[in-house]
Design a binder for this molecule. Structure first.
Ligand code: ZN
Ligand code: ZN
Length: 211
């Protein structure tokens, strides 16, 4: 595997370690950590610190609100966990989200396909399939977008992203990712708000594709 150049920011790994990341982003973090030694070490460090804090808090009374927080957490979707023996295009957490089955691709036009893994009010996460040389329509973002490359690579205004690399887009980023030559580019993409497409057609189609 080529060396990973674009990692998960430390603050996001900390949020993941403490269980404070929306499910869609947690799946991207768990998947990246599955294939990145550097972020795996960072996660281990955060989990060690979290463990120490827990050990020193056992004399604290468990308040009613804390109990209800715990009950709410039990109802929440299970946090995706890294799987360290991941092989193939889809690392363990993605296979888990796919329930071991092949992705159910829906075409977006121009050979671009998506397979939605989960979509809720707090965000959505999907697989994107982009043929070599094909562009994803120019768009900007209402919130945060995490894009993790699982196969092939893409380039946009900010740089080149290969297998394992994560691009983080926010309100300030307007970009047109284009899959590089070679293998089709397959990405895991998570957003906490709908993307804003700048051309009319994609905007009209947006409600149908829940991008
Ligand atoms: Zn990393
Ligand atoms: Zn984007």
């Amino acid at each position: 595997m080529t060396a990973i150049k674009h990692h998960i920011p430390d603050a996001m790994i900390a949020a993941y370690a403490s269980g404070n990341l929306p499910h869609a982003f947690a799946l991207v973090v768990a998947t990246h950590v599955s294939i990145c030694d550097e972020c795996r070490a960072a996660l281990g460090a955060h989990q060690a610190v979290g463990g120490v804090l827990l050990e020193h808090s056992d004399h604290v009374d468990v308040s009613k609100s804390m109990k209800s927080d715990l009950m709410a957490m039990l109802d929440a979707p299970v946090r995706p966990e890294p799987v360290y023996d991941a092989r193939g295009v889809y690392p363990g957490p993605v296979m888990e989200a796919l329930k071991g089955k092949a992705p159910r691709w829906k075409t977006l036009g121009m050979g671009v396909k998506q397979s939605i893994l989960s979509a809720t009010d707090s965000g959505s996460v999907r697989l994107l399939f982009i043929p070599a040389g094909q562009a994803v329509p120019d768009h900007s973002h209402n919130g945060l977008e995490l894009t993790l490359v699982l196969q092939g690579s893409f380039s946009d205004e900010t740089g080149r992203f290969g297998v394992g690399d994560v691009e983080i887009g926010d309100e300030a980023l307007e970009h047109t990712p284009i899959a590089d030559a070679g293998d089709a580019c397959i990405c895991l993409a998570a957003t906490d708000a709908p993307l804003r497409f700048n051309a009319l057609m994609p905007r009209l189609l947006q409600p149908f594709f829940r991008i």
